[in-house]
Design a protein. Structure first.
Length: 389
């Protein structure tokens, strides 16, 4: 057991449900579990909390309906399985939620829907409208059309993206893992459980192994990635086991779970979008002086840039990495890659002479940048939040 974590203090909660919780390979959909989950959702909604569900299980359910043999599926087989399974999955959610007089709305997203700003705003408007009318959005990746280059592939990061997109203040990841351990507990008997994570440091990242089962794509790695996306945008995250019935009530009653504190710095909607980009178009490697300057809230000047990689255009999102290779920020770059290379390491006053036009003084302006790693002192609020968990 860990401490009780009341969910009633949140305003908008995204719940991610792993395939293995909803689907049994032989028996198919776990209806009793789903019904109990929908009862938990009804009681959250009765408290005025908006609830969004990111439900995996399309491929697993399609596999079970089609009676496909175990083992890896070819891309077109898993896409066909998802097509069959997604209908059954959406119907099951819709029926089960209707017992509590709740309407469900299905949203299928692809990576492009969240990476491209116009499509992102469109998807966000639809989800917000569903919430406004009191419906519960049931969200999944559109697996039938997503191919490996253009897919999330795991619903942990998709759920984090949905959380930041909708301004949720809590993301709950339910799977067969009850939280974060210092090492994979089945491999290391000395592994200890971490109940509160106030900041996702490189040490925390190193604790996430690569574990994933046949039914679920995400392991601890993608959960920590999800945590980075969510907490950077001010959204807390809980990792808990969904193996018992009514796991949300269980979390409230003190079932073991890990709580990740939101970052203390509120960010604008545009910065939220920048922070959640999964595929930056390039990378700027910066020196120690620039790391300190960014930590103090300054823009990134060409003088601090030591290396430029990738084929990006002006306005694309790039990752900004420190001398030791750790990503510290993301932002919209003011120059095409070729020009960025030419002015890297040079003074802003020299830009016009080098490029032949008066470009922007900053390579990435601070208004277009969001820190992905905490390189400032932790704010008092963060410490307080961590103490409350
Ligand atoms: N979108 C996949 C499905 O519904 C699941 C991805 C995951 O397990 O994270 O089958």
């Amino acid at each position: 057991m860990t401490s009780r974590k009341p969910l009633g203090r949140y305003r908008r909660i995204v719940i991610k449900i792993g395939s293995a919780l909803l689907v049994d390979r032989k028996a198919g959909l776990k209806k009793a579990w789903l019904d109990a989950m929908c009862t938990d959702i009804s009681s959250l909604k009765a408290k005025g909390i908006d609830v969004l569900v990111v439900s995996s299980g399309a491929i697993a359910l399609g596999r079970s309906v089609l009676d496909l043999p175990s083992g890896a599926l070819k891309l077109e087989e898993s896409q066909a399985a998802a097509a069959v399974g997604q209908i059954a999955l959406a119907r099951a959610w819709s029926e089960s939620l209707s017992h509590g007089d709740i309407v469900a709305g299905q949203i299928l997203l692809t990576l492009g829907d969240t990476e491209e700003r116009r499509r992102y705003l469109n998807a966000r408007a639809t989800i917000n409208q569903l919430l406004k009318i009191g419906a519960v959005p049931i969200i999944n990746e559109n697996d039938t059309v997503a191919t490996s280059e253009i897919r999330y592939g795991d619903n942990d990061r998709l759920a984090a993206r949905v959380a930041t997109m909708t301004g949720a203040d809590l993301l709950v990841l339910l799977s067969d893992i009850d939280g974060l351990y210092t090492a994979p507990p089945h491999l290391d008997p000395k592994a200890t459980f971490l109940e509160t994570i106030s900041e996702i440091t490189p040490e925390i990242e190193a604790m996430a192994g690569g574990a994933a089962s046949e039914l679920s794509r995400g392991g601890m790695r993608t959960k920590i990635d999800a945590g980075k996306i969510a907490t950077t945008s001010g959204c807390a995250m809980i990792i808990a086991s969904g193996k018992t019935d009514s796991p949300l009530s269980a979390i409230e009653n003190g079932a073991r779970s890990s709580w990740f504190a939101p970052s203390g710095t509120p960010v604008t909607a545009r910065k939220t979008w920048i922070a959640g980009q999964l595929q930056p178009a390039g990378e700027l490697r910066v020196d120690d002086g620039a790391v300190t300057a960014l930590g103090a809230g300054k823009s990134l000047l060409p003088a601090g840039v030591r290396g430029v990689s990738g084929l990006f255009s002006r306005g694309d999102t790039v990752a900004i990495v420190g001398p030791e290779g750790r990503e510290i920020a993301r932002g919209l770059v003011s120059y095409d890659a070729e020009d960025a290379r030419r002015i890297a390491g040079r003074k802003s006053a020299e830009i016009e002479a080098i490029l032949g036009y008066p470009g922007r003084a900053a390579m990435v302006h601070r208004d277009d940048m969001v820190m992905t790693a905490q390189i400032r002192q932790k704010s008092e609020r963060q410490k307080k939040d961590a103490a409350h968990a």
